[in-house]
Design a protein around this ligand. Structure first.
Ligand code: UD1
Ligand code: CA
Length: 452
């Protein structure tokens, strides 16, 4: 059985009050529609079609990496009409699954259960029981069997009392879907073509309607406004925090961590409050992360300590190193084993060797720094001449005095020492002391200027 998914995403999303198409609004760092797309991929869908209406260019541009076909629904005439823009392109023997670009958190397990009920002419419907079913299509049953779905606006009070509602998600044999769609009209209160009319048609044809009920309503919750999006974001993040805790990662507060991507952590890691993880982040064992850190696409080795308010992106930090507080580790940084980077140090495209330290107030860019090096406070690698970037090499055991400027390209030799306050423009040999300052002098009896 092949699976073909149709994702409906043509709604205007007016209540988001945004110039962006609704389904591009992000949950956990990626557009809502990308969550739905990823679910399709996990389900092994052979074909995925996205039905769009508004903001097509924005949508296609942001979803360039999707392997999907785009179907335009120029006018939003209802959910059946939307599906019809895509369904003729589905192979008749496939199972067609209808999902929604603004329903981001449906679990694959739930959909697998739904799909497995589909055979030749039946329909498999995902439903949910809600305490307040206002606005939703009600599932009408006779002797336990589904006979129709009645939209809230078309329903009598008796039907409105039903709490089991249509989630909109359904699976059906594709050729049967297309047969049914041809028969659907728009003779209802909203004057729309309702996808839900398929149910009554199937029953009328003597076919069965199977239902799968979701346990947690968040799985089928759609996003219409930013409040609902924020609510789902919290539910999603809570789920991630709980699996981290289950897998043995300590969290100071599971309500105050955000993972926008994938966070893998070895045993006995601890993460303090208000940290944000983006992209793919991997922590070794026993890593301790202080409050307020933002870490993106990085690998942090075992027993590292990342102190408060550090920002780390595209970096590798080897075991037993310490970073922060207030460090900025930028792309291309490699901090080797047992190195130390302290407050207000910015590092970019640089390797800092084993046991080396840059404790305070420095900029190290495009540099190759060996082991056992000490970078004094206020050291700057001047890597940019306004047009091009140049490299600084500092060899093992060197000592860079405070407030040194290293004008690249430049090499500092092994065990070399640079005196504080030096501006280094020429290569330095191994085992030497280099100074570049004017000799200190004092003028006796010098008077400060006075205000005229
Ligand atoms: C629909 C269902 C209802 C169900 C509810 C669950 C129908 C007729 N009703 O109602 O039974 O309880 O979802 O949320 O299907 N869309 C398009 N093109 C259109 C119309 C809609 O792409 O022409 C998309 C929207 O972007 C949206 C989704 O389909 O993501 C649902 O459409 P909406 O009009 O909100 O349907 P509901 O009235 O909520
Ligand atoms: Ca809706």
């Amino acid at each position: 059985m092949n699976l073909s998914v149709i994702i409906l995403a043509a709604g205007a999303g007016t209540r988001m009050r945004s110039s962006k198409p609704k389904v591009l609004h992000r949950l956990a760092g990626i557009p809502m529609v990308e969550h739905v797309y990823n679910t399709c991929k996990t389900l092994g869908a052979k074909q995925v079609q996205v039905v769009y209406g508004h903001g097509g260019n924005q949508l296609k541009e942001q979803c360039q990496h999707f392997d999907v076909e785009w179907a335009l629904q120029a006018e939003q005439l209802g959910t059946a009409h939307a599906v019809q823009q895509a369904s003729p392109a589905v192979n008749g023997e496939d199972v067609a699954l209808v999902l929604y670009g603004d329903v981001p958190l449906t679990r694959c397990e739930t959909l697998e259960a739904l799909i497995k009920d589909v055979s030749a002419n039946n329909v498999s419907l995902l439903t949910v029981e809600l305490d307040d079913p206002t606005g939703y299509g009600r599932i009408v049953r006779e002797n336990g069997k589904v006979t129709s779905i009645v939209e809230h606006k078309d329903a009598t009070d008796e039907i409105r009392a039903i709490k089991e509602v249509n989630t909109g998600i359904l699976a059906i044999n594709a050729s049967y879907l297309n047969d049914c769609l041809k028969k659907i009209d728009n003779d209802n209160v909203q004057g729309e073509y309702y996808l839900t009319d398929i149910i009554a048609l199937a029953v009328n044809d003597g076919n069965e309607v199977f239902t799968t009920q979701v346990e947690h309503s968040y799985e089928v919750e759609g996003v219409n406004d930013r409040k609902q999006l924020a609510r789902l974001e919290r539910i999603f993040q809570r789920g991630i925090a709980e699996s981290l805790l289950t897998d043995g990662t300590g969290l100071a507060d599971p309500e105050r961590i955000d993972v926008r991507g994938i966070l893998k952590a070895g045993s006995d890691c601890f993460i303090d409050v208000n940290c944000v993880f983006e992209g793919e982040v991997e922590l070794g064992t026993g890593v301790n992360i202080g409050p307020g850190c933002v870490i993106k696409d990085s690998v942090i080795g075992s027993d590292c300590i990342i102190k408060p308010y550090s920002v780390i992106e595209n970096a590798t930090i080897d075991k037993q190193s310490e970073v922060g507080p207030f460090s900025r580790i930028r792309p291309g940084t490699l901090l080797r084993e047992n190195s130390r980077v302290g407050n207000f140090v910015e590092i970019k495209n640089t390797t800092l060797g084993k046991n080396s330290k840059a404790g305070h107030l420095s900029y190290l860019g495009d540099s190759e720094i060996g082991k056992d090096v000490n970078i004094g406070a206020g050291t700057i690698t001047c890597n940019y001449d306004g047009a091009n970037k140049y490299k600084t090499v500092i060899k093992a055991g060197a000592f860079i005095g405070s407030d040194t400027q290293l004008v690249a390209p430049v090499t500092v030799g092994k065990n070399a020492t640079i005196a504080a306050g030096s501006t280094i423009t020429k290569d330095i040999e191994d085992d030497t002391l280099t100074l570049s300052r004017t000799a200190q002098k004092s003028i006796k009896g010098w008077a400060r200027p006075k205000k005229k």
